[in-house]
Design a protein. Structure first.
Length: 270
């Protein structure tokens, strides 16, 4: 299985897969529940980041189990979706952004598979945290489909689950952030360690706190995501169809082997 989709808020069923089966993947970090189906004869994994009924808040997501599960299934490329607020006047609600940088303000997660001891320590390069090859295809396909999109942008990750204060948003703007969300960074960082290509389709659902003329609600985020579900699906389908078989980027080389995942698989999977 080469490709996985991670659905964020508002994306609980990709509705592009056939012969879908539910699987619980046993990993050293706990179980990861996902769906495996086919698209154009190819097996694809779909994981709902917040659970299939949006029951898992950002700070409770088991990112390590999720990314370990995808790695153990043999996935090489991850296309994720994320709902984001915008702090950039050139990035209005409704637009898609394929961000290329992040600033990490989420501190509740330990975002490494390498905790020292027998697993050792790694310090990896994150000069290009999001796969440029997938981003390129996403952007090209978005343009062909007439979807308003920007290739590049800086994502600021917070812990959530609360929305930000206007003062925090002002600070993020000063620091060069364009978009704000609560989940993308831990996933991106672990995916890099695991040698996966990772890219995110950010759907701007609202102006960020203090810029939005109204108080923020989770419902408006979900509503905008749902209203754009069809566009998102077409974009994912077109992108999967056009990704080259072999990876031409540096994502795999930028990560490291995690040998204990293979060992666990040998001893725990039947
Ligand atoms: N802040 C944080 N996360 C979000 C937002 C926001 O404004 N919109 C969608 N996810």
């Amino acid at each position: 299985m080469r490709i996985a989709i991670i659905g964020g808020t508002g994306v609980y069923d990709p509705r592009i897969l056939s012969n879908v089966r539910e699987e619980t993947i046993d990993t050293p970090y706990g179980d990861a529940g996902l769906r495996i189906g086919e698209y154009r004869g190819e097996e694809i994994a779909f994981l709902a980041r917040h659970g299939f009924g949006h029951t898992v808040p950002p700070h409770m997501i088991n990112y390590k189990a999720n990314i370990a599960a995808l790695k153990m299934l043999g996935v090489e490329r991850v296309i994720a979706t994320s709902a984001v607020g915008s702090l950039n006047p050139d990035m209005p609600p409704g637009m898609f952004v394929f961000f290329d940088q992040f600033i990490d303000f989420a501190k509740s997660e330990v975002r490494t598979f390498f905790d020292g001891g027998e697993h050792g320590v790694v310090h990896l390069d994150y000069g290009e945290p999001y796969c440029p090859e997938i981003r390129g295809v996403l952007y090209e396909k978005a343009r062909k489909l007439g979807i308003e999109a920007i290739n590049g942008g800086c994502y600021v990750c917070t812990d959530g689950p609360r929305f930000e204060t206007p003062a925090e948003i002002k600070m993020f703007e000063t620091l060069g952030g364009d978009l704000v969300g609560m989940t993308s960074v831990p996933e991106t960082v672990l995916a890099r360690e695991a040698q996966l290509c990772y890219s995110s389709i950010a759907m701007i659902t609202n102006w960020a706190a203090g810029i939005s003329p109204t108080p923020l609600t989770h419902q408006e985020v979900v509503d905008i995501m749902e209203a754009n579900g069809e566009k998102l699906r077409s974009l994912i389908m077109a992108t999967i169809e056009d990704l080259p078989q072999e990876r031409g980027c540096g994502c795999a080389a930028a990560g490291v082997d995690i040998p204990w995942l293979d060992e666990y698989k040998k001893t725990h999977w039947r």
